[in-house]
Design a protein around this ligand. Structure first.
Ligand code: GUN
Length: 296
């Protein structure tokens, strides 16, 4: 059997970002609206710093306003809360993103739920979670939306497909399952305590790997011809590279590519789509807040 089709997240993200840039230019011209995204980063986690820098850069490239607020690792809960409240009250800020994880002295749930739901471009606020799960219009988390865009590009109609989501996080696993269900898939949510995970995966037409464990999903867990979306970004030691490390996903790519019908690479798969979807959510949030139609 020939190797799986590579799902090119970079190319899909470039298309989506070009479309968003075009729409941002339109709302500026027609309505004098410049969407604005503010990001709060607390502490100095190197991975978070990279993500936040990339988000800010992409926001500016799309023609939107970007502000990043960096707070010290020892910032208090009240200080972070005060920043969220300040941004809630600022009409030039249409999207607020608090980069996770937060230091332990900051109550993550309370901070997320303090963000105005209309500005919650991450879709993590309890109200948006509830709206998504009850089939109402919601801000939907960026990574799962990005996965769905790529899935639909390769699979088309998802009705009746067996899908497995490996991982049950609030950021990816749970909202991913909700979106697959909305598209009429038969959905299994698996996790670290699932019995015979390999057998569960082998039944699936669609595998979404979001466990955060390097190369955990093996080639012989994949049903021949299945579509595999790898959300994992894990840095592993590799002395053959200049830096001494490299990024791998949650799927053993070299094995799975021999069995799957289509698969996302790491890097260059889900990652670029997540940022593109954040821009999309920011544009949507801005149009809703100032009550102008989002351009087609
Ligand atoms: N940390 C890891 N992924 C995310 C994300 O999508 N949003 C936020 N806010 N923090 C994250």
């Amino acid at each position: 059997m020939s190797d799986a089709t590579n799902i090119d997240g970079k190319a899909s993200a470039a298309n989506l970002r070009a479309e968003i840039s075009r729409k941002v230019a339109l709302v500026k011209e027609k309505h004098g609206l410049t969407p604005g995204l503010s990001v709060i980063l607390v502490g100095e986690d190197p991975a978070s710093e990279v993500y936040v820098r990339n988000k800010g850069k992409a926001t500016v490239e799309a023609g939107m306003n970007s502000n990043t607020y960096t707070m010290a690792e020892n910032a208090t809960h009240d200080e972070v809360m005060a920043k969220v409240e300040e941004l809630n009250a600022d009409p030039a800020v249409h999207g607020i993103l608090v980069q996770l994880p937060l230091p332990e002295q900051v109550n993550e749930d309370a901070i997320i739920n303090a963000i105005h739901p209309a500005k919650d471009v991450d879709g993590f606020h309890t109200l948006n979670v509830g709206r998504l799960n009850s089939g109402q219009d919601a801000m939907v988390p960026c990574t799962p939306v990005g996965c769905m865009v790529m899935l639909k590009e390769v699979v088309g109609d998802l009705t009746g497909k067996r899908a497995i989501v490996v991982g049950r996080s609030n950021i990816v696993g749970k909202p991913m399952a909700a979106l697959l269900l909305k598209e009429h898939c038969t959905v299994t949510i698996a996790h670290s305590r699932t019995q015979d995970l390999a057998a569960e995966c082998r039944r699936a037409d669609i595998v979404i790997a979001a466990v955060g464990r390097p190369r955990m999903v093996k080639g012989n867990w994949i049903k021949p011809g299945a579509t595999v979306i790898d959300v994992g970004i894990n840095r592993i030691e590799d002395t053959s590279t200049k830096s001494g490390s490299r990024l791998v996903g949650d799927v053993d790519f070299n094995e799975a590519v021999k069995v799957a019908g289509a698969i996302t690479p790491v890097p260059g798969g889900v990652g670029p789509m997540t940022i593109a979807c954040l821009l999309k959510n920011t544009l949507t949030a801005a149009c809703r807040q100032v009550q102008v139609p989002e351009p087609d």
